[in-house]
Design a protein around this ligand. Structure first.
Ligand code: NAP
Length: 287
């Protein structure tokens, strides 16, 4: 049971955690913090939080656990704002989609890595943003990856693990750099491709006609291009080396497909498509 949970960034991710912990009876008071008072008032109206402030330092006073669920580009400024007020015994965690950059932000903001800091990343989400999009079941059966730093206290890691388990998630641990490589491949590159494809089509003169004929396949493939542009800008910029490495691999494979089309090499195309279908059927169809 967490007596006071402070959530800085009461949007889809932070709001859903508050709802899930409330439903599980695993939290006492939830204090919300953000930049826009109207968003916070709406969160209170929806019963997601009990009270709010736009001052991060005031928000963390009295907290046992503090969750940062702001875009990764905003993590450092929020950490700097809470640093002087964070209670010594409070456990600090985050939900940012990149882990190396958030850990470096903490090192700079706190002048070293706090023992009660446990970085984390829920592998759950939708293309919608804001507290209105949050729901209690978001984390049910989904994975949460914790990437403890060398300085993270085992008791703090346990506290964060227990919080996510109470929200319905399955918790695993990973090295931060490994997390960033895995997520560059499975999440960050696909989002970049979806945004890029839709933008390419949207710039064409015949775009009205093209989108009028967009059917199921196009919608499935590009759903994630409706995600928040600022959040994804931040993720791409803050996972640069891992994302560039994946992009290079993908570009090389795409060039090979182009050459196969240009040289009528149907065998090559079928081989690639066959391998891809087998991999997807094996790894993704049981979800
Ligand atoms: P969201 O719905 O847009 O919520 C972000 C919240 O942060 C908003 O309520 C916003 O409220 C607040 N905020 C933004 N900048 C702030 C700042 N400088 N100071 C204080 N509050 C600020 O986004 P989300 O999808 O919940 O994502 C939150 C975090 O979770 C991100 O780091 C993201 O990478 C990560 N994540 C997202 C997903 C996903 O699928 N969406 C999945 C896993 C992890 P105001 O505008 O009122 O300030």
């Amino acid at each position: 049971m967490i007596q006071q949970l402070t959530i800085i960034g009461v949007g889809l991710i932070g709001g859903s955690l508050a709802r899930a912990l409330r439903a599980a009876g695993a939290v006492g008071e939830v204090v919300g913090c953000g930049r826009d008072e109207q968003h916070l008032a709406r969160a209170r109206e929806l019963g997601v939080i009990d009270r709010y402030t736009t001052d991060p330092a005031e928000a963390v006073r009295g907290a046992q656990v503090v969750l940062l669920a702001v875009p990764v580009g905003a993590m450092e400024s929020v950490m700097r704002a809470i640093a002087p007020a964070l209670p010594a015994e409070a456990v600090l965690t985050d939900a940012g989609s990149t882990k190396g950059s958030v850990i470096e932000a903490a090192r700079r903001a706190f002048g070293g890595l706090p023992a009660n800091f446990v970085p984390g990343h829920p592998i759950a989400g939708t293309e919608n943003s804001g507290v209105e999009a949050s729901f209690a079941e978001l984390y049910g059966g989904r994975r949460v990856i914790l990437t403890p730093t060398g300085a993270s206290r085992p008791e703090a890691v346990e506290r964060v693990r227990a919080m996510w388990v109470a929200a319905g998630a399955e918790v695993t641990e990973m090295d931060p750099a490994h997390h960033d490589r895995v997520l560059a491949a499975t999440s960050h590159l696909p989002h970049l491709l979806a945004f890029s494809l839709v933008d390419t089509l949207a710039k064409m003169d015949e775009k009205e006609e093209i989108f009028a004929y967009a059917a199921g396949g196009f919608r499935d493939f590009t759903r994630i291009a409706s995600s928040d542009p600022q959040m994804w800008r931040d993720i791409c910029v803050h996972n640069e080396p891992a994302l560039l490495a994946m992009l290079d691999r993908f570009e090389a494979d795409l060039r090979n497909l182009r050459e196969a089309i240009a040289s009528d090499d149907g065998d090559y195309l079928q081989k690639v498509f066959g391998r891809a279908k087998a991999a997807r059927d094996r790894f993704c169809d049981n979800e």
